[in-house]
Design a protein around this ligand. Structure first.
Ligand code: ZN
Length: 316
């Protein structure tokens, strides 16, 4: 007899059926769950895409706004700079308070004066300065020289003689640098340098009334530029410009190889009562000087210093 065994009953099909049922159910559930998950992820993806699309639109709008703001910022910066510039000018103009009769821009005297101021600049060639002095003395004519400071320092004797001969001297800076390329402290150093050079050459303080900006820089419109005018004005100097200029009138277009008669004719046909004539210690200018002085005198015009022309008082 066999224990534990029931005849005619077998577990195997039941077990197999149960396994099959479970597997099917599990597979069905798993598949179903996967589909739900996929659908969910698709929906997530869609909303993410839509969010990205929306963000793209927002980004575009923001970029547009940044461009507009940048343009506005540039415009405002420009306005601020312009305001700052105007403020600096106003502040400079406020401190521009020279003594009475000083600090003006002078380029032409009174037309009823019958006087003309001959002014000669730079003095880079000392022999031409000596030659000009001889001509002025021989022709009993006054003039104003604007030598640069370093030429005075290099050859002080010529300028001692010039002052003795009645020539008036004006400040033309020490190195002949353009004021517009210098900082305010450098401009004052240039003006001071010239003053020190002439004071040392003469052995006493020479109180000049005149300043001539090299190359007219800073005063090109014959109007006061507050920025440079305030610096010059603080020294009590007048800015000496001109109304007749042989450099612009002749040399700029024809060069320095012109006959002295061309220079004399140019000056005599352009200068009138009250004129300030700008010349340089260049060979044709100095060679033309006797003819210019004699021609002016023939027209009844007296060559005088700048201060004499400036101080002219018409007869009552
Ligand atoms: Zn010069």
């Amino acid at each position: 007899m066999r224990h534990g065994r029931r005849s005619g009953f077998c577990w195997v099909p039941w077990i197999l059926s149960a396994v099959l049922l479970l597997t099917t159910s599990f597979t069905y559930d798993w598949g179903h769950a996967s589909q739900i998950l996929l659908a969910y992820e698709r929906s997530e993806l869609r909303s993410a895409r839509s969010e990205i699309d929306q963000n793209h639109v927002k980004l575009g709008e923001l970029q547009q706004a940044i461009i507009q703001l940048s343009a506005k910022l540039a415009e405002e910066t420009k306005n601020a700079k312009e305001l700052q510039r105007q403020l600096s000018k106003l502040q400079a103009a406020k401190v521009y308070d020279p003594p009475a009769g000083r600090g003006v821009i002078f380029y032409q005297g009174n037309a009823s004066s019958k006087e003309v101021a001959i002014t000669i600049d730079d003095a880079f060639v000392p022999s031409l300065v000596k030659k000009a002095l001889g001509i002025l003395v021989a022709n009993h004519a006054a003039a104003t020289f604007f030598p640069v400071g370093r030429m005075i320092a290099a050859d002080p004797e010529i300028f001692r003689q010039a002052v003795k001969d009645g020539v008036q001297l004006g400040n033309h800076t020490y190195d002949h640098d353009w004021l517009t390329q210098l900082a305010p402290s450098q401009i004052t150093a240039q003006i001071d340098g010239w003053q020190e050079a002439i004071d040392k050459a003469l052995g006493y303080h020479y109180d000049t009334q005149w300043f001539r900006p090299p190359g007219m820089a800073g005063f090109t419109s014959q109007k006061l530029d507050a920025e440079y005018g305030s610096i010059v004005g603080k020294y009590g100097l007048n800015v000496a410009l001109w109304d007749v200029d042989t450099y612009t009138g002749i040399y700029k277009s024809q060069g320095l190889n012109v006959a002295p008669s061309i220079v004399a004719d140019y000056v005599l046909s352009h200068a009138g009562p009250g004129s300030v004539v700008l010349m340089h210690f260049d060979a044709p200018d100095i060679a033309a000087l006797p003819a210019i002085i004699q021609g002016l005198k023939a027209e009844g015009l007296k060559p005088v210093t700048l201060s004499q022309l400036y101080d002219y008082a018409p007869p009552k």
